[in-house]
Design a protein around this ligand. Structure first.
Ligand code: ATP
Length: 460
């Protein structure tokens, strides 16, 4: 009986133990809300990004890629509204000095603060519900007044005055601004015609107030964003198409559909036409995995106003000039990785032992195959190495000769390797190996010279 586990501690422990995710600067006590990705984590991350890029760029003719810089002129962030309005409401517990997001404290008692609310409005809502609130850390009911806290992270790039707070250059708060400001460059340098999209994967930085929930909410993270530029009349048609497309993406990654849902934004920012989030059922509740938003012409218009450069499209065939509307799909690499780990983590009782297995989609598995010589004797190591060389041309392959075969199978199960190939003494005679399937644990004997075509069928 295989059971999906929804215990966050088990996921965090496996991630650390097996080299997926480590706290940043751990030997010095750790930097809050920043994480490093270990040998297996970086493989899983890269596989997620590769699958996204293929689906969003390579498999389509209407989307091109971009890699814009993390640093941008501060004017970009003024135009986008981030300098003035990219903030979360903050309060501090006067007893234990833990900082909290007021909207999150209220959400826990089913009171919803609107993103657009002013500091005063959030304060009134907070005051009206204060009796029902308690600090999640110490239980006290003694909070400082609400303060809107800007999430942009500042730096001293190019500032040699010695005072870094003067004219800070921000680390980007989202990747999509790089897409908007390059809209004309892409249009002028390619044969892109509306409707078309620009996709980008890259780091973003936010001074998140609360640093909890592992890699779900971090201060440095990676986004996979795509802005699709459309004629204003077609915006909702393409919006619906992208909604369908993006939900299917997660199902194709092997995430169970019952763990995915749509969440509609009820209180839209004034420029948005419609906004939905794809939510995943994380161990700590349903939370945003990706946003799919119809943003109107807000972003291009803002950059036109602030830069003085017209962000328009000329439809030569129709003789029509207009500012395109944008459909945005915005996903986080870490939130996808966490969803994938939670969804794949299973515990099974096998011969009175608990087998932990990550049932990762083969496309995402850090190693596709592990080659395991039954003994450390040279006569088995040599042919095992030959099998590795044969398979490595196509797949990322692990080679493991330590401990008993049973322990090695368990280790590969725990890191989600779909197939183990065991080289034993019979291999020397029959030129065949035993292939074990991670999910069914079934084993079959395959001739070495048939291995490449066997895995081509199984893994491609
Ligand atoms: P939340 O409401 O959870 O703070 P958001 O609405 O601010 O998220 P967006 O600005 O829409 O998030 O960002 C798009 C995507 O980027 C999110 O769906 C998420 O996957 C990812 N993301 C945003 N903030 C973070 C973060 N602090 N850590 C990790 N991923 C993030």
């Amino acid at each position: 009986m295989s059971e999906q586990i929804t215990d966050m501690e088990k996921i965090v422990s496996l991630a650390k133990r097996r080299g997926f995710v480590f706290p940043s600067s751990e030997i010095y006590g750790g930097l809050a809300a920043v994480y490093d990705y270990g040998p297996l984590g970086v493989e899983l991350e890269n596989n997620i990004k590769e699958v996204w890029w293929k689906a969003m760029v390579h498999d389509r003719e209407d989307v091109v890629g971009l890699d814009s810089a993390i640093f941008m002129l501060p004017k970009v962030w003024e135009a986008s509204g981030h300098v003035g309005g990219f903030s979360d409401p903050l309060t501090e517990c006067k007893q234990c000095h833990t900082r909290h997001r007021v909207d999150h404290l209220l959400e826990a008692i089913e009171v919803f603060a609107d993103e657009k609310m002013s500091q005063e409005e959030v304060q009134s809502l907070f005051d009206a519900n204060k009796d029902k609130l308690a600090c999640p850390k110490c239980g006290a009911n003694d909070f400082t007044p609400v303060r809107k806290f800007n999430l942009l992270v500042s730096s001293n790039l190019g500032n040699f005055t010695g005072d870094w707070t003067k004219e800070p250059v921000y680390l980007r708060g989202e990747t999509c601004q790089g897409i908007y400001v390059n809209f004309k460059n892409v249009l002028d340098s390619t044969h892109a015609k509306v409707p078309f999209g620009i996709a980008q994967i890259g780091k973003a930085f936010r001074n998140e107030i609360t640093a909890r929930q592992f890699i779900f909410r971090t201060r440095e993270f990676e986004q996979m964003e795509m802005q699709y530029f459309v004629h204003p009349d077609d915006a909702m048609k393409y919006y619906e198409q992208w909604k369908e497309n993006r939900m299917q993406f997660y199902i194709d990654l092997g995430i169970k559909s019952e763990n995915l849902q749509w969440h509609k934004h009820e209180n839209l920012v004034f420029y948005a036409k419609e906004a939905y989030d794809i939510e995943y059922k994380y161990p700590f509740g349903w939370k945003e995995l990706e946003g799919v938003h119809a943003r109107g012409d807000y972003d291009l218009t803002q950059h036109t106003t602030h830069s003085g450069q017209k962000m328009e499209y000329m439809d030569q065939a129709k003789g029509e000039k207009y500012t395109p509307h944008v459909v945005e799909t915005s996903a986080g690499v870490a939130r996808t990785l966490l969803a994938v780990l939670c969804d794949a983590y299973c515990e099974e009782e096998v011969k009175d032992e608990t087998r932990v297995v990550l049932k990762l989609h083969p496309k995402l598995a850090p190693y596709k195959i592990a080659v395991l010589p039954l003994s450390k004797k040279d006569e088995l190591i040599a042919p095992a190495r030959e099998v590795v060389a044969l398979l490595k041309k196509k797949y990322h392959v692990d080679f493991d000769e330590t401990q008993s075969i049973g322990k090695r199978y368990r280790r590969q199960d725990e890191i989600g390797t779909p197939y183990c190939v065991t080289v034993d003494f019979d291999t020397l005679q029959d030129k065949a190996v035993t292939v074990r399937d991670r999910d069914t644990m079934k084993q079959e004997r395959i001739k070495i010279d048939e291995l490449v075509s066997f895995f081509a069928k199984k893994l491609n």
